[in-house]
Design a protein around this ligand. Structure first.
Ligand code: GDP
Length: 183
């Protein structure tokens, strides 16, 4: 039973990554998304964790393998192996900490350096439940996403708001792009 996400047959397997500053909520977003068919795993050698989740789009079963930095972003130790083969990314900031938003450009730079050029990126403003401590408006987030050519969504991992939607937007778009390429 615990192995169902691994063992169930799938039509495609995608890798996607979570990036963004420390403590913006990446791990909580991932465990929310993967909670039902959960299997957290790790590659201690490169210091990452990942989880799988199967998603049905039309008549296809997509297995999304989502990588998390496991705290390594603090040490700048994540590099090309983290991004290798990834077709999508959730770039997360914390709406209550402006520095995490200011650093989005730095993460974009890293994505461009190490990631696939046609990677699907969703900019995610997390912790939308903390409205009283908000430092970054939704409009600012949306404008930045537009100027960088990213999708945008505000989420709350705590209240499970828009979490599923953010991941599904990325996965659906990846599926759209890859099925056009290979059909
Ligand atoms: P990571 O370092 O980016 O993986 O961040 P974590 O997932 O470990 O979360 C960092 C902290 O923020 C933890 O104390 C979480 O409980 C908290 N947190 C994560 N997501 C949310 C959220 O949506 N709302 C609130 N209020 N707190 C959150």
């Amino acid at each position: 039973m615990a192995d169902s996400a691994y063992d169930e047959e799938c039509d495609y397997l995608f890798k996607a990554v979570l990036i963004g500053d420390s403590a913006v909520g990446k791990s909580n977003l991932l465990s929310r998304f993967a909670a039902d068919e959960f299997r957290l795993d790790s590659k201690p050698t490169i210091g990452v964790e990942f989880a799988y989740r199967n998603v049905k789009i039309g008549d296809k079963i997509i297995k999304a393998q989502i990588w998390d930095t496991a705290g390594q972003e603090r040490f700048r130790a994540i590099t090309s192996s983290y991004y290798r083969g990834a077709l999508g990314a959730l770039l997360v900031y914390d709406i209550t900490r402006r520095t995490t938003f200011a650093n989005v450009k730095k993460w974009m730079h890293e994505l461009r350096e190490y990631g696939n050029s046609d990677m699907v990126v969703v900019l995610v403003g997390n912790k939308s439940d903390l409205a009283q401590s908000r430092q970054v408006s939704e409009e600012e987030g949306r404008n930045l996403a537009e100027s960088e050519g990213l999708f945008f969504m505000e989420t709350s991992a705590l209240e499970n708001l828009n979490v599923e939607e953010a991941f599904l937007r990325m996965i659906t778009k990846i599926h759209e792009i890859t099925s056009k390429k290979y059909l």
